[in-house]
Design a protein. Structure first.
Length: 174
């Protein structure tokens, strides 16, 4: 019989850590999302954002007209309040969902995930802000060429993905 020599104790990983690592490996193995699916998700996101904007605007209009007819001092506070609510809603819709869930609601419906191009992890808050608010505004809002950039690249990454170091993957169930 051999002699048992105790090895170095390895730190124990939780089941959650092991599942996260397996998910990241799976995401990296998936293929990049094609332009048509990404544009469909963008269109659906714009529809969702328009509905949110309309609901907040209508509520603001009702509140402002109510406060002006009752003569309260809250008339001046209604517009900045609802503008703040709208900004918070856009932040949660565009940035928080990418950080927490891995994509905007429309991307999730189309089985797309926004991940780190190197590690396969979800984006950090800083990188999500760079991608969603700064990168998309400058590369796609000002220069339309940002959305067409995936047609020129083999890895199908848009210009705002290159800026943030992210990639959009089409997730397949295995």
């Amino acid at each position: 019989m051999g002699i048992y020599i105790r090895g170095k104790p390895r730190p124990r990983r939780s089941i959650s850590d092991a599942l996260d690592e397996a998910e990241e490996d799976h995401f990296l193995d998936c293929e990049g999302a094609d332009l048509v699916t990404r544009l469909a998700a963008l269109l659906l996101d714009l529809i969702f954002l328009f509905l949110i904007h309309s609901a907040i605007q209508r509520t603001s209009l009702i509140a402002t007209s109510y406060f002006s007819t009752t003569g309260t001092f809250l008339v001046g506070f209604a517009e900045p309040f609802f503008l703040t609510i709208e900004s918070i809603g856009i932040y949660f819709y565009c940035v928080w969902t990418v950080v927490r869930l891995g994509g905007s609601p429309a991307k999730l419906l189309f089985h797309l995930r926004v991940i780190d191009a190197q590690t396969g992890q979800r984006l950090s808050l800083r990188r999500a802000v760079v991608r969603e608010l700064i990168g998309k505004y400058f590369t796609c809002g000002i220069f339309i060429v940002g959305f067409l950039w995936p047609l020129l690249r083999s890895d199908r990454r848009a210009l705002h993905d290159l800026v943030a170091g992210s990639v959009v993957k089409k997730i397949v169930e295995s």
